[in-house]
Write a protein that binds this ligand. Structure first.
Ligand SMILES: [Zn+2]
Length: 66
């Protein structure tokens, strides 16, 4: 698991491996040259990520009901 912090929007993105080309999922900037940081699978950041996905799902469910 590796993490990169986008120099453009300053948000963190994660990947299970280090791809040759890495685009920020938030602002679509090419962050392939940004420094990657290795993460342990048990890290708190990973738990934050799944919690964020949970929140996204809740938002979509609300949109569908409206
Ligand atoms: Zn970005």
């Amino acid at each position: 698991m590796v993490k990169k912090t986008c120099p453009n929007c300053n948000r963190d993105s994660f990947s299970t491996m280090l791809p040759a080309q890495w685009y920020c999922p938030y602002c679509n900037a090419d962050i392939s040259q940004a420094a990657a940081k290795a993460l342990l699978l048990s890290s708190i950041s990973l738990r934050d990520l799944s919690r964020r996905r949970e929140a996204d799902r809740n938002v979509k469910a609300e949109e569908m009901q409206a």
